[in-house]
Design a protein around this ligand. Structure first.
Ligand SMILES: NC(=O)c1ccc[n+]([C@@H]2O[C@H](COP(=O)([O-])OP(=O)(O)OC[C@H]3O[C@@H](n4cnc5c(N)ncnc54)[C@H](OP(=O)(O)O)[C@@H]3O)[C@@H](O)[C@H]2O)c1
Length: 281
């Protein structure tokens, strides 16, 4: 199939390019070739490439930055989704788009299902929800994937940050009152390919299996990377000065994905080992 992949230089986009590129004819475009905030540029790209699928991995992903740059954040995460959907209209194109666990408010105590009411508590979550709504209102065929806590080879991420801080500072304070599911972008990209190949449509939650707090994740990162002797202290979120609030609990239920594909994602601990092996090489 012919696929137009937007945001192919980003963390997830890079792994999608590799995964989808094995089986499909993929054209990647990122900010240096297209600004998805421009409706005209979205139309031109779709008309020129004539894809059967448009995968949108482009986004404004700086969660705290969104609080200061609300207009830009909504332009990329919401208005641009409208542009993409309108550019694809009447052309029988399936749009694959990504959203976030941050569309939920975090007051839940069991994994969120796809139809659970959304109630974002920060600007990033609100902008991603607005993007979801545009997609659902305007696209005939779509796969909307909500995911969480991404890390991958091609991007600034929590795993890298923890290892760098541990090396430089030697002691860390990490929040222990936010629980979610760390997710390796290589695993997510493989799961996305399964949904595309299975001609799925609708909303799907996909993360690596299991959950932990950021503190537990940090401890595991240091353990798996052999960084002993680093002092890691669990702290409460209110001790950190951050512009955006984060949900306390944002674990996503994957029952629907499992039912559709028969695939069970590997546990986050094994995914982390894979990632560390990969970055070493
Ligand atoms: N990262 C996470 O933990 C996480 C969690 C849940 C969901 N998600 C969602 O997963 C998807 C992928 O996230 P990611 O972390 O891989 O993103 P990322 O690494 O920030 O990559 C996004 C890419 O989009 C590009 N981009 C930004 N604005 C653009 C524009 N106006 N036109 C064209 N390209 C533009 C970026 O370029 P620049 O780098 O030059 O800006 C970057 O290459 C996003 O939809 C995100 O909301 C991410």
């Amino acid at each position: 199939m012919k696929i137009l992949l937007l945001g192919h230089k980003g963390m997830l986009g890079n792994d999608l390019l590799i995964e989808l590129g094995c089986r499909h004819e993929v054209t990647g475009m990122d900010i240096d070739e297209i600004d998805i905030v421009s409706a005209a540029q979205c139309r031109e790209a779709v008309d020129e490439i004539t894809p059967e699928i448009v995968v949108n991995a482009a986004a404004y992903t700086n969660v705290d930055g969104c609080e200061k740059a609300k207009d830009e954040c909504f332009a990329v995460n919401a208005e641009a989704v409208k542009n993409i959907a309108e550019a694809c209209r009447g052309k029988n194109i399936c749009i694959v788009h990504f959203s976030t666990d941050y569309v939920f408010d975090g007051s839940g105590t069991e994994p969120y299902k796809e139809d659970h009411p959304c109630n974002p508590i920060n600007t990033y979550g609100a902008s991603k929800l607005a993007g979801e709504r545009y997609l659902q209102d305007l696209a005939k065929k779509y796969i909307l994937i909500r995911t969480a806590w991404l890390y991958g080879k091609n991007g600034k991420n929590f795993v890298r940050t923890i290892m760098e801080k541990a090396r430089i500072v030697g002691q860390l304070e990490v929040v222990d009152d936010q629980v979610g599911s760390p997710t390796y972008t290589k695993d997510l990209a493989a799961a996305v390919a399964l949904l595309i190949d299975g001609k799925a449509t609708g909303i799907f939650h996909i993360t690596n299996r299991g959950s932990c707090s950021w503190y537990q994740f940090a401890v595991k990162i240091l353990q798996e990377s052999g960084m002993t002797g680093v002092d890691v202290t669990p702290i409460k979120s209110d001790k950190l000065v951050r512009l955006a609030k984060r949900p306390a609990y944002s674990v996503l239920s994957m029952q629907k994905f499992i039912q559709k594909t028969g695939k069970i994602m590997q546990p986050w601990q094994l995914a982390l080992q894979d990632y560390l092996k990969n970055v070493k090489h």
